[in-house]
Design a protein around this ligand. Structure first.
Ligand SMILES: Cc1ncc(C[n+]2csc(CCOP(=O)(O)OP(=O)(O)O)c2C)c(N)n1
Ligand code: SF4
Ligand SMILES: [Mg+2]
Length: 297
């Protein structure tokens, strides 16, 4: 396999017009930001995408909405496919990034074994999870990223369990870089993409990705929803270097998370203990501040 031929520079739009994403989809914004970051860094890339809305977005053969070569992998194998691809590139001393672009179902659940294995081996790849907190492509089943209280097709009365803390798990592998991304903070988002592109080894990025279809929210509310999630502490924006050096990038401002739940019909009539949620957000924020005390903003 010659990796060079497949590692090309993205055209101005990594995600071209004509893709199948719903209006207000966070994934469209994330891919646009990624495309711009690649152009700014003058980097080439190939994408590896497991089953998810992100691979459907490409459209039907023989056309594609992606401006770079894209491998469609199985759920369980995407991080392994990307690892092999990146190894060939490095053995051949070729340039370019191999980027896994995967949903939360493919990352937190079905593909987790190979994501963890790639992290443990410190594979030279960038892994980006766009987390819409649901198995969106198949109609909206719960994943381990779905927050407590959310109604999905498999949790019609609201999910009982809390969202899995994938960032702590990934950081515990001691990988060079792990960071969260919010499209409500585009400068921080771009800076982190540039940081990841400038490093080598396993880089894990977690994007909070609004999904109007699954969240039963208005498409125009997408940015505001993820903004409230950051401000209230529901989605902390931070980065971790080498698994131990934490830096908080946006401090929550004690905004009330109630508005976040109120604007999404997936939480309609959900029995959410707002006091417990506020307490949880505060405690997690304090824990992150303790971890970041030697590396302030
Ligand atoms: C092993 C396997 N199980 C189930 C499926 C069916 N399937 C395709 S996409 C998908 C949901 C993916 O969810 P996620 O990774 O969160 O991405 P999203 O659809 O939300 O973008 C499922 C269950 C599959 N393709 N392969
Ligand atoms: S179902 Fe959700 S994640 Fe999938 S394309 Fe639509 S808005 Fe995006
Ligand atoms: Mg998903």
């Amino acid at each position: 396999m010659n990796a060079t031929a497949a590692l090309q520079k993205p055209d101005a739009c990594l995600l071209r017009a004509g893709n199948t994403n719903c209006g207000g989809c966070g994934m469209s914004v994330g891919l646009t930001m990624l495309g711009r970051a690649l152009v700014e860094a003058d980097e080439s890339c190939s994408l590896v995408i497991p089953a998810c809305c992100g691979i459907v977005a490409a459209g039907a053969f023989p056309t594609t909405s992606y401006g770079v070569p894209t491998i469609a992998a199985t759920f369980a194998s995407s991080a392994a496919v990307a690892s092999g691809y990146a190894s060939i590139r490095d053995l051949n001393d070729e340039p370019g990034q191999v980027i896994c672009w995967a949903g939360d179902g493919g990352t937190y659940d079905i593909g987790f074994a190979t994501v963890s294995a790639a992290a443990e081996r410190n594979e030279n790849i960038i892994y980006i999870c766009y987390d819409n907190e649901i198995y969106g492509n198949t109609g909206g089943q719960r994943s381990s990223a779905t927050p407590a209280g959310a109604r999905t097709t498999t949790t019609p009365a609201g999910k009982a369990e809390n969202k899995k803390d994938i960032m702590s798990i990934m950081a515990a592998h001691g990988i060079p870089y792990a960071a969260t991304l919010s499209m409500a903070h585009p400068e921080d988002f771009s800076r982190k993409l540039a940081t990841a592109l400038s490093m080598t080894g396993m880089r894990f990025l977690l994007m909070h990705s609004p999904c109007p279809t699954g969240w039963k929210s208005e498409p125009e509310d997408s940015v505001e929803l993820v903004r409230i999630a950051v401000a209230s502490g529901l989605f902390p924006v931070y980065e971790v270097f080498g698994g131990s050096r934490y830096r908080i990038n946006v401090n929550p401002d004690d905004s009330d998370p109630a508005e976040y739940f109120h604007r999404q019909r997936r939480f309609k009539d959900a029995d959410i203990d707002l006091e417990a949620t506020r307490r949880y957000c505060k405690e997690r924020s304090q824990r992150l501040q303790l971890l970041a005390r030697e590396y302030p903003v």
